[in-house]
Write a protein that binds this ligand. Structure first.
Ligand code: NOJ
Ligand code: CA
Length: 712
């Protein structure tokens, strides 16, 4: 559907709310008001007595973000932090419905009111700045638009000062504002207790840099009255990522952009340009955040057109065996996942994972179970010079297979069996080496009929001084996405830049990591992901976009890793296929661990592309239950996970279409199930349900529930 934007004469009524200003600078002028279509959220935008722009946000007439200032500092110009006046203001509204080529739901409504303010500096320079605000019923957003400046062709931003003044010491679910990696465990503290610097020097992270007490986004807050807020950004294009500096006394966040030691600044842009959107999602229930499509709505429509060459799928991979330390990425078998270091071959006594024979074994397993993809890591030369090596430029080769891996034959055998190979490109954080080979690497894929790639960026970025989340790398990740699209290749990036809804514009951005994935359970020295991990991730990281979490470990005790185990029950591993959204979902365990397991039936059946999704219930950090309807079949799937606490889940099947009977298969935590003591206790039950059915199902500590609902 086409976008409908209409100009409306004057949107929100400009009213003076002098008596309501709780704290902070009072507006010098009448504030401009902007109200969401249903009136749920309201913005007031003003210039304070110093001529600095600011805003406040109301949710159902309660202040949820108090007076917050806006502004910038530059390298070669005075700061724009005040001395401005309002030149013009105009309102508009949008209401369109667009279709996701794959997603949590097919139809997305993008319904908002907008106001655009043009501000002008009163001093000699007379610089102009536009700020565009949008009010949605699920949140608010704004972005800056830098206008042309006489005699100046580009600006260098050294700091962005976008404030978010909270109204209380809310409970925060946060990871540190690391410039290199998102793979931290979420912490739960009051805003006043956020201490990002205490998360420095994590032993399991190959690159981490946390320069100040800031958090990364999405960061989700719960106020004591139950209100939920989540802060993030949308359309991160040619700009540095935004982290949020914490002021534990003022109880506020201020944008802190990721920088570069090479250049000493944050962002350099030719004029005119616009920044990413700064977003605040607002919900009365935790589940409202999950249902919000605000982030995607703030991105441009699909520029790729038809991408039917990519189909959502489940996949297996020569992958978990390396993380378990059973086999290696490098053919020489000298690199050890357990120690992240090169060892003497004799000491290792390991074997190369990516061999032709092993790939065929996985293909046979996939084909027998209706799984459409096979990822093969460690297939190309360069892995003997990976972790622990500083000089990684020019090392990885993305077209040359190891001698014991016959790429053509594996692709052919896969095709014969209905399984497509997924390419793997570990860049070892040497993006220039990768960029030099993009065309040849994707050209090879195209010639083989391979339509997706998993990329990786483990280690410190080369050149030194750049960080994974700075403007330079933001542009690299974009270049990869755009180049890949030209070869009909979809990208699943690990160690990525965070998702900001660009999958709408580039639907070949199918999934990414950008969190502590399942892999940490195999080798983390801190005991792995705790049971509360997913109940937090669902309401934080997942608001940004699809997650390649790699669920499906059945051999939960990890016998080859005496110091590690998965901190979930088997039922929870199944539930992850529904709870975590991604158009690609791995069945990550070794084929031999699935053999003869009745629970495998759920992985065979579960959908990967959805007509609609319904959040049934949930609390951040405690539990979450989601129902999703599969596209094309009308079958439904339910997934629920809980933290370390057992609880009883009440399911109301009212989400099902009325008048139809479904055959339900329930994969429940069995008697005595417990994520540590008895993770594999599973009970599989059948029932007939309709939209009138209700059920109470116990979840074990660290447990879960998966249900398939097949139309009769
Ligand atoms: C880190 C990724 O997250 C993981 O999935 C992959 O196996 C390794 N890098 C090697 O590329
Ligand atoms: Ca990773």
């Amino acid at each position: 559907m086409h976008r409908i934007m209409k100009n409306v004469p004057f949107l929100g009524v400009a009213v003076l709310f002098t008596s309501l200003w709780a704290c902070g600078p009072a507006p010098a002028n009448q504030p401009v008001g902007l109200v969401s279509p249903e009136g749920t959220n309201r913005l007031e935008i003003y210039l304070d007595a110093q001529g600095r722009p600011g805003y406040r946000v109301f949710h159902k007439e309660a202040v949820v973000i108090d007076s917050s200032g806006l502004g910038f500092e530059f390298r070669d110009q005075p700061a724009l932090m005040g001395g401005m006046e309002l030149v013009s203001q105009s309102g508009s509204a949008g209401d369109e419905t667009w279709e996701m080529p794959w997603g949590e739901q097919r139809q997305v409504r993008n319904h908002f009111n907008e106001t655009e303010l043009t501000l002008k500096e009163k001093a000699a320079l007379g610089r102009e700045l536009k700020i565009r605000f949008r009010a949605y019923d699920d949140g608010v957003a704004f972005r800056y638009e830098f206008l042309p400046q006489e005699g100046v062709d580009s600006v260098i931003i050294t700091a962005e000062h976008t404030e978010f003044q909270l109204t209380g010491d809310h409970t925060a679910f946060w990871i540190p504002g690391d410039w290199d990696i998102y793979e931290h465990l979420y912490q739960t503290t009051r805003v006043s207790g956020i201490d990002a610097l205490s998360r420095r020097n994590h032993p399991d992270l190959a690159a981490t840099y946390i320069p100040e007490n800031a958090v990364n986004t999405p960061v989700t807050l719960r106020a004591d009255n139950g209100l939920h807020l989540s802060f993030h950004e949308a359309d991160l294009t040619d700009y540095a990522e935004m982290t949020l500096r914490v002021d534990p006394e003022k109880l506020s966040f201020t944008s802190a952009l990721v920088g570069s030691d090479r250049t000493g600044y944050k962002v350099r842009r030719a004029l005119p340009f616009r920044t990413p959107w700064r977003t605040i999602q607002i919900g009365d229930r935790a589940g409202d955040l999950l249902a919000s499509r605000l982030i995607e709505n703030l991105n441009e429509p699909n520029t790729l057109g038809d991408i039917s060459w990519f189909t959502p799928m489940k996949y297996v991979g020569i992958w978990w065996e390396m993380h378990l330390g059973v086999s290696t990425w490098d053919m020489e078998a000298t690199q050890d996942m357990n120690t992240f270091s090169a060892l003497d071959k004799k000491q290792m006594n390991k074997k190369h994972g990516a061999t032709t024979a092993n790939a065929k074994r996985y293909i046979d397993f996939a084909a027998a179970n209706g799984i459409k993809g096979l990822l093969v890591e460690g297939w190309n030369t360069g892995w003997d010079h990976w972790i622990g090596f500083e000089d990684r430029e020019g090392v990885f080769d993305f077209v040359t297979p190891y001698a014991d891996y016959d790429l053509d034959e594996v692709v052919r055998y896969g095709r014969e069996n209905g399984v497509e190979v997924i390419m793997h490109h570990e860049t070892s954080a040497a993006p220039r080496t990768y960029e030099q080979q993009l065309d040849s690497a994707y050209g090879l894929m195209k010639s083989l009929g391979i339509h997706s790639v998993k990329t990786g960026y483990v280690g410190k970025i080369i050149p030194k001084g750049e960080y994974h989340h700075g403007q330079w790398m933001v542009n690299h990740y974009r270049k990869v996405l755009e180049t890949a699209a030209g070869y009909e290749v979809a990208v699943n990036a690990h160690e990525p830049i965070k998702a900001t809804g660009l999958r709408r514009t580039y639907p070949n951005a199918i999934a990414r990591e950008g969190l502590r994935g399942q892999e940490f359970n195999a080798w983390a020295t801190d005991g792995g992901n705790p049971p509360e991990h997913i109940p937090i991730v669902a309401f934080t990281r997942m608001l940004a976009g699809p997650i390649d979490f790699t669920p499906g470990v059945f051999d939960i005790a990890l016998p080859s890793k005496p110091n590690n185990q998965i901190n979930t029950t088997l039922a929870q591993q199944l539930a992850l296929y529904v709870v975590i959204y991604s158009p690609i979902q791995m069945a990550c365990d070794l084929p031999e661990n699935y053999e003869g397991q009745p629970a495998l039936q759920f992985i065979r059946e579960v959908g990967v592309d959805w007509e609609q999704s319904v959040v049934l219930d949930g609390e951040v950090g405690d539990y979450v239950a989601i129902a999703r309807e599969e596209r094309g079949t009308g079958n439904w799937f339910v997934g629920a996970v809980t933290d370390e606490n057992a609880r009883e889940l009440e399911i109301d099947f009212g989400f099902l279409p009325a008048g139809q009977t479904f055959k339900a298969t329930l994969y429940k935590d069995g008697a005595g199930a417990h994520y540590r003591e008895n993770p594999k206790a599973l009970a599989i039950e059948s029932a007939q349900v309709t939209s009138d059915s209700k059920m109470k199902v116990p979840l074990a500590p660290g447990g879960g529930l998966a249900i398939s609902l097949m139309r009769e």
